[in-house]
Design a binder for this molecule. Structure first.
Ligand SMILES: C[S@@+](CC[C@H](N)C(=O)[O-])C[C@H]1O[C@@H](n2cnc3c(N)ncnc32)[C@H](O)[C@@H]1O
Length: 180
């Protein structure tokens, strides 16, 4: 099955493979560049990557979609953990020695290895976006960008499960290779 949608002359295509009608193929809209070429020792969240600069190269056919993005101070990046292989339904997260269900963690080794980082937007030049607070590996394929809207995305008084006791450590704890 194929659904086609043409916007401003660009053909946006979502493909559903015939062999499994419930699976989807996404085409990256660009690539994230960061100082991190190795998983070991890198930050585990944007709060631990303050002022770490990176860039995003958006594929030229999608660059028109960046119009109006500059008015936002943060953007939500949705991307593929491309250096992760396989998944585990229980993991020992970076912040806790207790095994936790994968869906109660932000660990990369997920059935759909999709990451989400809210990074600071410092500029847009053509099809290049400059970002800060980057917790992604260099070369990470970017699937989508959404603007961070505090009125929609910020809930200050909510419970955060097991993270409540440990999330402040994300500013200092670094990654190791456990989820490679
Ligand atoms: C704990 S995850 C959190 C990522 C994101 N902020 C989230 O909550 O989905 C961050 C870790 O994922 C790993 N990582 C980052 N980029 C990756 C990539 N492209 N492929 C595989 N692992 C990656 C590194 O170990 C990094 O420290």
């Amino acid at each position: 099955m194929q659904e086609n949608n043409t916007v401003s002359g660009v053909n946006l295509t979502m493909q559903t493979p015939k062999e499994n009608p419930e699976s989807f193929t996404y085409v990256p809209i660009g690539t994230v560049h960061s100082p991190f070429t190795d998983i070991a020792g890198m930050p585990i969240q944007p709060t631990g990557a303050r002022d770490v600069r990176g860039t995003i190269e958006i594929r030229p056919e999608f660059a028109a979609g960046l119009k109006d993005l500059e008015g936002f101070s943060r953007i939500i990046l949705i991307y593929a953990f491309h250096r992760c292989h396989g998944y585990s339904l229980e993991v020992k997260p970076f912040l806790d020695p207790m095994p936790r269900g994968i869906f109660a963690t932000r660990a990369p080794k997920r059935p759909n290895a999709i990451g989400l980082s809210i990074v600071r937007l410092s500029g847009v030049q053509g099809n290049t976006i400059e970002i800060e607070d980057v917790d992604l590996l260099d070369g990470t394929p970017l699937l989508d960008i959404k603007p961070y809207v505090p009125a929609f995305d910020s809930y200050c008084e909510e419970k955060a499960g097991w993270f409540d006791a440990v999330s402040h450590h994300a500013t200092s704890v670094k990654s190791d290779e456990r989820f490679r």
